[in-house]
Design a protein around this ligand. Structure first.
Ligand code: M6R
Length: 364
């Protein structure tokens, strides 16, 4: 059942190229996004005022990327909310708002409760879920399925990458309907999206350096993640993966925030995973790497092929294939998933069933 792999998690990581391919198949046709499952009109988008993304855990982290790309491409304001926070406040929501619910299982109790609140005020609810027939899929107005296949490991991997892909397709669809994206930019993103499965496979074919980084750091008591912009969003997900399966204390920081407090935690040998894939932010992240290095950090950087300048500053560099930087999260997260996995295996942890966690959190 594990297809020759030692754990479901590593099997599911290896299924990411296929999951991406399946999720875009029939939705990217003749150079256009065709989300037939989602008939949001231009009028609805114009009237919406804002989009609200609601989710928990890894799905929430996919939402953080979603906010960034919808705002960037479609120029529609997006709030991204943790379901258990949203449901217990007096949220600012009205019937014109568009709500996107993200849930791999489609059964998470807080996410369901938040969704029902949104439906009650009459907002239009779109769900991104992986489970056909799940409660979320039955109750939402529209469903965009991630075709990742069953995800068994508690740590979510292929669901996240396909949730990201759905966010990109939606952002393109909205941007196009709103007339806010040029034909060239639209085509460029489509072409690069189509390459993602193949590029993800390249990462999976060359894991040696990631294994080495894990071997060098699995004894650490704390591991920090940092990045700017989309890299920060992925840093949060990388940090969560590590925490849940390796039990190592970890935090993710917006790199520019370090000097406002966190840098005080860096000691001789503290591992810092620094993500530096965003074009306009590369130099800025490089200076943050210098800052933590100066305090003794052991820096594992993730950068794009060709950005070799980073080798001067970081102790180890994991390269991802070059891609339009707005799409980088889909690739950057893969080495982070693998790193968390190798660290957990090196520590002898029960990777697929980490302590205290359930695959689907149906209690409140
Ligand atoms: O099924 P859902 O996507 O609604 O689940 C949400 C979270 O419980 C889930 O992503 C959790 O954070 C994972 N264990 C992360 O790997």
């Amino acid at each position: 059942e594990k297809g020759g792999y030692q754990h479901f998690m590593i099997k599911e990581i290896h299924e990411e190229p296929k999951a991406l391919r399946d999720t875009m198949a029939s939705r990217i046709v003749d150079g256009k996004v065709n989300l037939s499952d989602l008939n949001v009109t231009r009028e609805q988008l114009e009237k919406a005022g804002k989009i609200i993304i609601i989710a928990c855990g890894t799905a929430y982290h996919a939402g953080v990327v979603g906010k960034y790309v919808i705002e960037k491409l479609a120029r529609i304001p997006v709030d991204v909310e943790i379901a258990s926070e949203f449901r217990y406040k007096d949220p600012l929501i009205n019937e014109d708002n568009i709500v996107i619910i993200i849930s791999q299982s489609g059964e998470t109790a807080d996410t369901l409760a938040a969704m029902r609140m949104c439906k009650k005020v009459g907002a239009k609810v779109i769900a991104i879920t992986n489970v056909v027939g799940s409660t979320v899929s039955r109750e939402a107005d529209h469903v965009v399925y991630t075709w990742a296949g069953p995800e068994i490991a508690v740590a979510s991997t292929k669901a996240y990458t396909t949730q990201l892909l759905c966010m990109y397709m939606m952002a393109l669809d909205f941007a196009d309907k709103m007339g806010r994206i040029s034909a060239d930019e639209y085509q460029r993103i489509i072409e690069e999206i189509r390459k993602l499965p193949e590029l993800a496979q390249e990462i999976l074919d060359d894991k040696e350096i990631i294994q080495r980084c894990a071997d060098e750091t699995f004894n650490a008591s704390s591991i920090f993640y940092m990045g700017r912009g989309l890299d920060y969003a992925v840093a949060m997900e990388g940090s969560l993966k590590l925490k849940e399966i390796s039990y190592i204390h970890s935090e993710a920081y917006a790199a520019g925030e370090l000097k406002h407090g966190t840098i005080a935690l860096i000691e001789e040998g503290t591992p810092v995973v620094a993500l530096a894939t965003q074009k306009g932010l590369f130099e800025k992240t490089l200076s943050n790497i210098k800052e933590v290095k100066a305090r003794g950090a052991f820096v594992i950087a993730v950068a794009m092929e060709g950005d070799t300048e980073i080798e001067k500053e970081a102790d180890r560099v994991i390269y991802i294939p070059r891609v339009y930087d707005i799409l980088a999260p889909v690739l950057v997260v893969i080495p982070l998933q693998l790193y968390a996995y190798y660290v957990a295996v090196a520590k002898g942890c029960d990777v697929d069933k980490p302590r205290n966690l359930a695959k689907s959190v149906t209690v409140e």
